[in-house]
Design a protein around this ligand. Structure first.
Ligand code: AMP
Ligand code: MG
Length: 427
């Protein structure tokens, strides 16, 4: 990483470098989120297509769900008071499959009933068919012997127990999950008003970068590397419902960087770049963004992921991620993801961690808060990936999450640590 000291990379400057203090992650996130005013665009989509989108309306239920008391078993609906003992026989006078409805239950009678069918008036319990014996079936009115004493209310799902009419079942600013699509459908919504897709322009910087497919591994020139960040950043953006304009690789030249930023600032809500945010003379993001707009270059007190830039280019937000793949990946998850969710109107963007035992030791504390790539083992603890270098992307594939280790902290085998599963961060 070209993180040259400004004093040595700019020989014309005789002043010793003034190092800005590293910014704590929570402060960087708070400052970033303060810039993330939810975007105004909304669209109507089919409920089928709304997974992962953010609701832009409160969903108010116009009905009770379920709409009637109904049976949760295949069996017989009856009146408990009619039962005397295990020899009790009731006449089966009606049959109520799901989708139909019965009528008032006569004394000493039962209704054959199926799961989901409305409980007929007068019945106060359902007996599952396994606890009954059918008699003289097919010979006119069948009888049924109820072998087990019914308890009032048993196997009845109550009207409105899932949703009460008038309740807000899903709120504006909630991110829709497969289950919430089902819930929206259960109160009759076939279309939903959701936040518009965040329009993101993505590009990578670095003259060393080559696209897989364009140059075969055997033909790679010395110093060349494949562009990996482009692939995972694009995929991460798509998972968050963004529409992505992929502008490819921008050469390490100021004019090219300015031109790319200028083009990207049109019709996009966010310009996201990787690489070039250190302050070496090959890092042109800083002067280019400053020429067109404003830039805050932050050194965030995390490892991996120190350099991070936030600014604006024309109407668009600008975020510059570090070039090292793991730094880029981790800063995306910790900072860009909440930023994108907030742009879509999500209120709660906090990342939840869980306490788990470390089945490794980490004897050397770091000045920065660390995000270690780990995975859960069969014994319910965490194993550490051996190489925690910010260039080793294998760690993020091998791992199934991050240990959030406070600055200055060592970890002994068996210590409880904070684990953030990738499942939480990649959803
Ligand atoms: P930079 O932040 O531009 O100084 O880059 C830091 C390190 O990340 C260097 O080793 C770069 O080669 C590497 N790097 C930058 N961009 C990418 C990318 N898109 N894919 C893979 N590695 C990258
Ligand atoms: Mg670079």
């Amino acid at each position: 990483m070209s993180q040259a000291n400004p004093a040595t990379s700019m020989p014309s400057n005789p002043m010793p470098p003034v190092r800005a203090p590293l910014k704590p992650l929570d402060q960087a996130l708070a400052e970033l989120l303060a810039q993330a005013a939810p975007l105004p665009a909304v669209e109507r989509v089919s409920t089928f297509e709304a997974d992962g989108r953010v609701l832009a309306q409160d969903l108010l239920s116009g009905l009770d769900v379920p709409a009637h008391d109904n049976s949760s078993m295949d069996g017989y609906a009856l009146r408990c008071a009619d039962w005397a003992d295990a020899s009790t026989v009731l006449q089966v006078k009606q049959r109520i499959p799901a989708g139909s409805h019965g009528h008032a239950l006569a004394a000493m009678s039962a209704a054959r009933i199926f799961t989901g069918a409305p409980i007929p008036p007068g019945a106060d319990a359902v007996v599952m068919q396994e606890d009954c014996m059918t008699l003289n079936e097919g010979l006119g009115d069948a009888g049924v012997r109820i072998l087990v004493q019914p308890k009032p209310g048993q196997w009845i799902r109550r009207r409105g127990e899932d949703v009460a009419a008038g309740a807000v079942v899903l709120q504006r600013g909630e991110r829709l999950s497969p289950a919430s699509l089902g819930l929206a459908a259960s109160i009759g919504f076939d279309q939903l008003q959701v936040a518009g897709r965040v329009r993101v322009a993505l590009f990578s910087t670095g003259d060393e970068l080559v696209m897989p497919g364009e140059v075969a591994p055997a033909d790679m020139k010395p110093g060349a590397i494949y562009n990996s960040n482009r692939f995972f950043l694009r995929a991460l953006l798509l998972r968050l419902g963004c529409s992505v304009t992929d502008l490819g690789i921008v050469p390490d030249r100021l004019d090219a960087t300015v031109a790319a930023l200028q083009a990207a600032s049109q019709q996009h809500d966010l310009i996201l770049t990787s690489g070039g945010v250190s302050v070496g003379e090959e890092d042109h993001i800083k002067p280019a963004v400053q020429a067109l707009g404003e830039l805050n270059l932050w050194q965030i007190a995390i490892k991996p992921g120190k350099p991070f830039a936030y600014g604006r280019v024309g109407p668009a937000h600008f975020i510059g991620l570090p070039g090292n793949p793991v730094s880029s990946f981790v800063t995306f998850l910790l900072l860009v993801r909440p930023f994108l969710l907030r742009l879509q109107g999500v209120n709660d963007v906090t990342i939840k961690s869980i306490a788990l035992p470390a089945h490794f030791s980490w004897p050397k504390a770091d000045k920065r808060r660390e995000f270690l790539r780990v995975r859960r083992d069969a014994a319910g603890g965490l194993e550490l990936f051996g190489n925690q270098s910010s260039g080793v992307l294998t760690s993020a594939v091998w791992g199934d999450g991050l240990v959030d280790n406070p600055a200055g902290q060592t970890i002994a085998h068996g210590d409880t640590v904070r684990f953030i599963p990738f499942a939480e961060l990649l959803a």
